[in-house]
Design a protein around this ligand. Structure first.
Ligand SMILES: [Zn+2]
Length: 100
């Protein structure tokens, strides 16, 4: 798969793996412009709440109903959330190279 554009310099320097990790609150450093980026924070908070909702709801249902199928449903939702997490928008942060 091709690389994704950096929010600072627009060059294709960001890998899908970096984008995936950015959805897990990691920072991305561009190797061309040394700009720092992250997933858009408000979207990331909402997305993290979906993970918490998945864990709480299906974990509680599995515990209260004593039915292990809810664990499978929880894992499937988790994988779906992980797949779509690479499409979260990136937000540029203040760059180290742009100091006055
Ligand atoms: Zn860049």
């Amino acid at each position: 798969m091709s690389a994704l554009p950096c929010p600072h310099c627009k060059k294709p320097t960001i890998s899908w793996w970096q984008k995936y990790k950015a959805a897990k609150w990691a920072l991305i450093y561009c190797r061309e412009c040394h700009g720092k980026s992250c997933s858009y924070p408000y979207v990331l908070v909402a997305y993290t709440m979906l993970y918490v909702w998945d864990l709480m709801l299906f974990g509680a249902l599995a515990y209260l109903d004593q039915n292990a199928w809810y664990i499978l449903v929880m894992v499937v939702f988790w994988v779906i959330l992980d797949i779509f997490s690479v499409y979260l928008p990136l937000s540029p942060m203040k760059s180290k190279s742009k100091t006055p």
